[in-house]
Ligand binder design. Structure first.
Ligand SMILES: Cc1cc2nc3c(=O)[nH]c(=O)nc-3n(C[C@H](O)[C@H](O)[C@H](O)COP(=O)(O)OP(=O)(O)OC[C@H]3O[C@@H](n4cnc5c(N)ncnc54)[C@H](O)[C@@H]3O)c2cc1C
Ligand code: SF4
Length: 468
């Protein structure tokens, strides 16, 4: 497939108003920073990276003037090394493990060095591709898990086909990441480089909708499930339905992709939740000039699942955090009419009490209290099981499910972690699938007559990509 980046969602979107918060290193800064690395034997930073990038080796290549070599080292372990360099919470991953931290000193800027290497050294085209094998693998969803899995399979000579519900590949890497970390065009560019390895994309194709699971089994020897999570969860309190109350992930997607999205007339916003999505949404609202942004969380700040390194800056940017607070009701001028106020009560042990706290005027409320799972989709695949939380059950060594021809990874398996975890799962699954295909252990597909499988095998169309 050619050119996805060139046909992205187009100009005039809210995300364009954001500048990046972590600027790139200059060439001189990169070489100077690389020279600080101690090239530790048994480097703890590698253990801190879920994809186990050989960090000291790529840093040494930067220090010795070999950016292509540095990029190749990164990509060998992580095909989404370019976006991971910008979106990974390095504070708790690689940089958090750097030996400098235990000495009370500033860790090596691994994330920024990785970005410099990826921007100076090149992309996945640097990697060697094995001769074609003729084996075919179908992947459900075009997010980081599937892109990593498909890219790895293509490098091994197989023919992967990604079935993606929306019009553009990238999943939440495209539609969810805060725009001051990664923009839509950057995510598309990386996806395009992976597709260029020999991955086919069928955009606008919903598995279980315009393509059936039986068709997938008939077309491909193995399948990989990377559909992520479902839609934003709701609170179920009075007055929730109607304008002014929406899911945070859905709002972020519109802010990033839809030129018609606007914050005009929004002066006071409340974000409900205490995870990273809540904090991202609050910072994004402030960044767009919303005067008053309050995060209402049902436990204490210390108990927030959001990273400390995100909560601190959010508060410094003017986001107010109300602890032990729950929403009791949304008040509207009339039923289904515009949102007027939000009635907040005290929460105890994370549960609402009947003790009134405050009633705040609000123009917009974003619900960031989790996402549903896609258990209904998973049920369509025979012998693929979910646990009680709706996460797909896999063998942790190979990411195979209860069905020997079906593998799975990413948010659908871990319940919602980071891009780098999804990449890890996809790549590990790809290696397991490759082994089985070479051993001839997977059933060859039964040919089906050519039939509609949704959109053509090519170009994405403009906005409104529908990530649930
Ligand atoms: C608001 C937000 C901000 C985030 N910020 C960060 C961050 O800063 N750093 C970080 O590392 N991680 C971040 N994450 C997490 C990260 O984006 C996810 O962990 C990662 O994208 C998961 O990848 P995935 O491939 O498993 O799923 P997804 O990215 O969700 O991709 C799944 C894809 O499958 C498609 N799909 C679903 N069902 C079907 C179907 N039936 N047929 C066809 N296609 C289907 C979807 O359209 C989607 O494109 C954030 C998440 C959110 C919600
Ligand atoms: S732990 Fe720090 S100093 Fe040691 S190799 Fe990794 S980045 Fe370099």
């Amino acid at each position: 497939m050619d050119g996805v980046a060139g046909t992205g969602p187009g100009p005039g979107r809210l995300e364009e108003r954001f500048a990046e918060k972590r600027p790139p290193l200059s060439d001189t800064e990169a070489v100077r920073e690389a020279a600080r690395c101690l090239y530790c034997y048994d480097a703890p930073c590698i253990r801190g990276c879920p994809t186990h990038i050989d960090i000291p080796t790529f840093i040494r290549k930067i220090a010795t003037g070999n950016p292509r070599g540095a990029a190749r080292t990164i990509l060998t372990s992580n095909l989404l090394g370019a976006s991971c360099a910008k979106v990974c919470p390095v504070e708790v991953l690689c940089e958090g493990q750097c030996v400098y931290v235990s000495d009370g000193r500033t860790p090596i800027a691994i994330g920024r060095l990785q970005r410099w290497a990826m921007e100076s050294g090149g992309g996945p085209e640097l990697l060697e591709r094995k001769p074609k094998t003729g084996h075919s693998v179908g992947l459900v969803g075009g997010g980081p898990a599937s892109l990593a899995c498909a890219g790895e399979l293509a490098l091994k000579g197989h023919a992967p086909v990604i079935y993606e519900r929306s019009e553009m590949p990238g999943g939440l890497n495209l539609s969810g990441i805060a725009p001051y970390k990664l923009k839509v065009d950057e995510a598309l560019e990386e996806a395009e480089a992976i597709l260029a390895l020999g991955v086919k994309l069928r955009p606008g194709t919903e598995v279980g909708g315009n393509v059936t699971v039986d068709e997938l089994f008939a077309r491909h020897e193995a399948l990989f499930l990377g559909p992520g999570l479902g839609s934003d969860s709701r609170l179920g309190v009075p007055g929730e339905r109607g304008p002014g109350v929406e899911g945070a992930v859905a709002w972020i997607e519109r802010m990033k992709l839809d030129p018609a999205a606007s914050v005009a007339g929004i002066r006071r916003a409340i974000v409900v939740g205490g995870g990273n999505t809540a904090i991202d949404a609050a910072r994004e609202l402030r960044g767009l000039g919303v005067e008053s942004v309050t995060v209402a969380y049902r436990r204490t700040v210390e108990e927030m699942p959001a990273y400390e390194h995100e909560v601190g800056p959010a508060r410094r940017e003017g986001v107010v955090v109300l602890e032990r607070t729950a929403v009791a009701a949304f008040e509207r001028t009339e039923e289904g009419g515009p949102l007027a106020r939000v009635r907040l009560v005290e929460a105890e042990n994370g549960r609402p009490t009947d003790r009134e706290l405050v009633t705040l005027p609000a123009d917009l409320v974003l619900l960031a209290i989790g996402q549903s799972t896609l258990a209904d989709l998973v049920r369509l695949f025979p012998d693929v099981k979910c646990d009680r939380q709706g996460r797909i059950v896999v063998d942790p060594e190979t990411f195979v499910t209860g069905n020997p021809r079906v593998f799975a990874g990413g948010d659908a398996v871990n319940g919602g972690k980071e891009v780098v975890n999804a990449v890890h799962d996809g790549q590990v699954a790809a290696r397991a699938i490759d082994r089985l295909l070479r051993e001839g252990a997977l059933a060859p597909p039964v040919p089906v007559p050519p039939k509609s499988v949704g959109g053509p095998d090519s170009r994405p169309k403009p906005p409104g990509a529908s990530h649930a």
